[in-house]
Ligand binder design. Structure first.
Ligand code: ZN
Length: 185
């Protein structure tokens, strides 16, 4: 369990951007001291196997769109959680990237806090979302390059009124992009 941890090194590492830099985490309960990329940490939340359809509560879709609309010139970002393959919770994050109009980055402290909350609520991490304020809501080259979570749907939003599909979801695996069908319930 993630009862608590301390980042020994790399506290300033924003892992969306600098995932290549290892972050050291102390896990008191396991008395382990691991060097790992934070994606392993995120995987510890426990993913269900993902198929080609992802279910999400309507109000969460609406909440994501509101988050994107709040910062029309910038990329919003955050995590999605739920259980049994249905997304029921949203965790909006602060985009701490130096150029938030073009990229997103969640500070590790905030991410780890969300991971703790997700675990405490007995939920699973079921998605990572961000918006593309200026363009098509399809994974960009850098999204593909940084698609470090092969089993996690990446939701990409377009706040543009003309967007035909304002919310889309993708799996990004080994440089390959597959769109998921979003079923809102
Ligand atoms: Zn993107």
């Amino acid at each position: 369990m993630w009862g608590g941890f301390a980042i020994e090194r790399g506290a300033a590492t924003h892992f969306w951007e600098h995932i290549a830099n290892p972050v050291y985490i102390v896990i008191p309960s396991g008395a382990r001291n691991l060097q790992f990329s934070p994606l392993l940490h995120i995987h510890d939340v426990g993913f269900p196997s993902v198929n080609s359809v992802i279910q999400i509560r309507r109000e969460i879709v609406a909440a994501m769109r509101e988050e994107a609309a709040k910062v029309p010139g910038q990329e919003c970002c955050g995590l999605l959680a739920g259980r049994d393959g249905t997304i029921t919770e949203i965790f909006p994050a602060l985009n701490v990237h130096a150029n938030p109009a073009r990229a997103y980055e969640i500070a590790p402290q905030e991410l780890f806090q969300f991971v703790r909350e997700i675990r405490a609520a007995n939920l699973q991490l079921l998605g990572i979302y961000h918006s593309h304020p200026h363009g098509d809501n399809f994974p960009s080259a850098s999204d593909v390059e940084r698609g470090f979570y092969p089993d996690t749907p990446y939701f990409i939003l377009s706040p543009l009124p003309a967007a035909s599909q304002p919310v889309r979801a993708f799996l990004i695996r080994d440089g390959e992009v597959n769109e998921l069908r979003i079923k809102d319930i």
